[in-house]
Design a protein. Structure first.
Length: 72
């Protein structure tokens, strides 16, 4: 197991990977890190879409200022 694959996974997790991950092959660890990154991106896109939908409930004249306040 390369330290590069473990550090990449650790970066995606935001903490050191669990000990059980050390038994995986490098390509499996890389695949896991990529899956985590993809899921995080999908979740962020979903949250952004939900926020934009919520802004439709705000009167049109106030949307700009509300967007700037909420999403600096």
């Amino acid at each position: 197991m390369s330290t590069q694959a473990l550090s990449r996974l650790g970066a995606e997790l935001g903490s050191p990977p669990p000990e059980g991950v050390r038994g995986l092959a490098d390509d499996q660890v890389t695949l896991l890190a990529e899956a985590l990154r993809g899921e995080r991106a999908a979740r962020a896109a979903g949250l952004e879409e939900a926020a934009e939908e919520a802004l439709k409930l705000v009167p049109a004249l106030a949307r700009g200022p509300v967007r700037r306040i909420l999403f600096k």
